[in-house]
Design a protein around this ligand. Structure first.
Ligand code: UDP
Length: 151
């Protein structure tokens, strides 16, 4: 038998995702989750919560020096969000691909941001940019017992 899996099997990863207030208000939570599922990502944890500006500020602390930081924190606490953990082959990059570019004007057709985002600030989704940040972001919102082992 010939085994290809050394070259072609990707790593099972976990990534952290937020469906932002604009997408929740548009009532497209299910459509966005469906895109994750169709891409082969499994939702292993999910909850709808309302962030306080303080929690949003902590979560986005890396952007503290950026000019958009205050607006971003008030925006992210302006309405409920869905925080979730996605698992699958190459989940971090796969999720970034499905999301599309930060500015929906630059997002490729068929991506979540191209289809559902309003603007660079109200841009429908957040997704971790690397496995290391994914681990930190998951731990910020979920305890270990909230992450489900699932088929
Ligand atoms: N953002 C903004 N104005 C900007 C750049 C970013 O409001 O000029 C917001 C936007 O909501 C973005 C978030 O800050 O999703 C984090 O920015 P980042 O560059 O990390 O983009 P992302 O990783 O979300 O694509």
């Amino acid at each position: 038998a010939v085994f290809f899996h050394q070259e072609f099997t990707m790593t099972i990863e976990r990534t952290f995702s937020i469906i932002k207030p604009d997408a929740v208000a548009k009532n497209v939570v299910g459509e966005i989750q469906s895109r994750f599922e169709k891409a082969g990502l499994r939702i292993i944890a999910s909850k709808m919560i309302r962030l306080t500006p303080e929690i949003a500020g902590k979560f986005y602390e890396v952007h503290k020096a950026r000019p958009f930081y205050n607006d971003l924190c008030s925006y992210m606490s302006s309405g409920p969000v869905v925080v979730q953990v996605l698992e699958g082959d190459g989940a971090v990059l796969k999720n970034r691909d499905i999301m599309g570019a930060t500015n929906p004007k630059d997002a490729a057709p068929g991506t979540i941001r191209a289809d559902f985002a309003e603007s660079i600030d109200a841009n429908a989704v957040h997704g971790s940019d690397a496995p290391e940040t994914a681990a930190q972001e998951i731990a910020f919102f979920f305890s270990g017992t909230e992450l489900c082992d699932r088929p």
